[in-house]
Design a protein around this ligand. Structure first.
Ligand code: ATP
Length: 275
C-alpha cells in the first residue's frame, strides 16, 4: 500500500477524544485500503483478490447477492477473519492485519452488527454512558461523576440519534428501530473515524427506515460510513457510490443508476428477489 501510494507527507490526524488511539494519516485522502484480499474456507474463496478504497467522510454502500462475501469483508476489516493474502490499511500507516479486534476498534473502526445489542435494563442515557467507558470498568463508569464534556457529548449523540426525548427510557422498552439508533449512538460515543454498518434497516418500519437514512447521511462527512444493505430503495436513498460484490470480488462500482444499469450486475441479480 505505502509503495503504491507514495510517502507519508502532510496531514496526520489525531482522533478526537481518544488520546491513546493511534494517529490516522489521511495524506492520500483514503481512509480504508483493502487490496488483493483473498479468504478461503476449506478451499472455497469467500473473498477473491478483493480491492476497494474508501475516502474520508464517504458514505459507501456495499451490495451483492447472498454469499457474495460482504460479511467476510467486514470480518477482515475488523480483525475477526485473517486473509490468506492481501493487505488492509487504515489510512497510510496502520496495517490492520497486524492488529487484533480490540486494537482495531481502539484505532477508530466501529462495527454495528445487524441485530441490536443494547443493555436492556439500563436507560438510553446509561447505555451511552457505558459505551463511553471503552476499556474502563463498566461498574466504575456508572458510578463515576461525568465531566461537563462527557455530558455534552452524550447530549450531542442523543440529538444525533433522535432519542433526546427517550433519554430516561429503559433501552429494552424501545422499538426495534430505536434500539438500532441507540446502538449506532453507542458506537458514536467512541467517535470512530470509520463506521461499518450491517443491514441497518432490516425489520424496520418505513418511517424508521427513512429516519435511518437521515441519520447515516448526517454521519457522513464527520465519519466514513460503510453500509452493507440488501434494501435497494434504502441504498438509493443514501448512496453516492455503490460497490457491488460478487463471488468475493468487486463486480461493479459507481452511482446507483450506473450499477443498476450495468449488464453484469443485472445478470448476477437475475432471479434474486431481494434486489
Ligand atoms: N466460517 C465459514 N466457513 C465456511 N464458509 C464460510 C464461512 N463464512 C462464510 N463462508 C462462505 O463464504 C461465502 C461468503 O459469505 P458471506 O457471509 O461473507 O457473504 P455475504 O455476502 O455476507 O452473504 P449474505 O448477504 O447472505 O449475508 C458464502 O458462500 C459462505 O457460505
Amino acid at each position: 500500500m505505502a509503495g503504491r501510494f507514495g510517502g507519508a507527507f502532510g496531514r496526520v490526524l489525531q482522533r478526537r477524544g481518544s488520546s491513546s488511539a493511534p494517529s490516522l494519516d489521511l495524506t492520500h485522502n483514503i481512509i480504508l485500503y483493502v487490496e488483493g484480499v483473498t479468504v478461503s474456507f476449506d478451499g472455497f474463496r469467500a473473498l477473491n483478490d478483493l480491492s476497494l478504497y474508501v475516502a474520508p467522510g464517504e458514505l459507501r454502500c456495499i451490495i451483492g447477492p447472498n454469499g457474495a462475501g460482504k460479511t467476510t469483508m467486514m470480518d477482515v476489516i475488523t480483525g475477526k477473519t485473517r486473509p490468506d493474502t492481501g493487505s488492509v490499511w487504515f489510512g497510510q500507516t496502520l496495517d490492520l492485519l497486524t492488529l487484533g479486534e480490540p486494537e482495531i476498534a481502539q484505532a477508530g473502526i466501529g462495527r454495528k452488527f445487524q441485530k441490536p445489542t443494547v443493555f436492556s435494563e439500563h436507560s438510553v442515557f446509561e447505555n451511552l454512558e457505558l459505551a463511553m467507558a471503552g476499556d474502563k470498568s463498566v461498574w466504575k463508569m456508572l458510578f463515576a461523576r461525568l465531566t461537563p464534556e462527557q455530558l455534552t457529548r452524550i447530549d450531542e449523540v442523543l440529538e444525533t440519534i433522535g432519542l433526546k426525548d427517550h433519554r430516561s427510557a429503559r433501552a429494552g422498552s424501545l422499538s426495534h428501530g430505536q434500539k438500532q439508533w441507540l446502538e449506532i449512538g453507542m458506537l458514536l460515543m467512541q467517535d470512530p473515524a470509520l463506521l461499518l454498518v450491517d443491514e441497518p434497516v432490516a425489520g424496520m418500519t418505513p418511517q424508521e427506515t427513512e429516519r435511518t437514512a437521515e441519520l447515516l447521511t448526517s454521519l457522513a462527512g464527520k465519519h466514513s460510513v460503510v453500509v452493507v444493505e440488501h434494501d435497494m430503495n434504502f441504498v438509493r436513498s443514501i448512496a453516492r457510490t455503490v460497490t457491488v460484490l460478487h463471488q468475493g470480488s468487486v463486480l461493479a462500482e459507481g452511482t446507483i443508476d450506473e450499477v443498476q444499469n450495468d449488464p453484469k450486475v443485472i445478470e448476477v441479480y437475475l432471479g434474486e428477489p431481494r434486489c
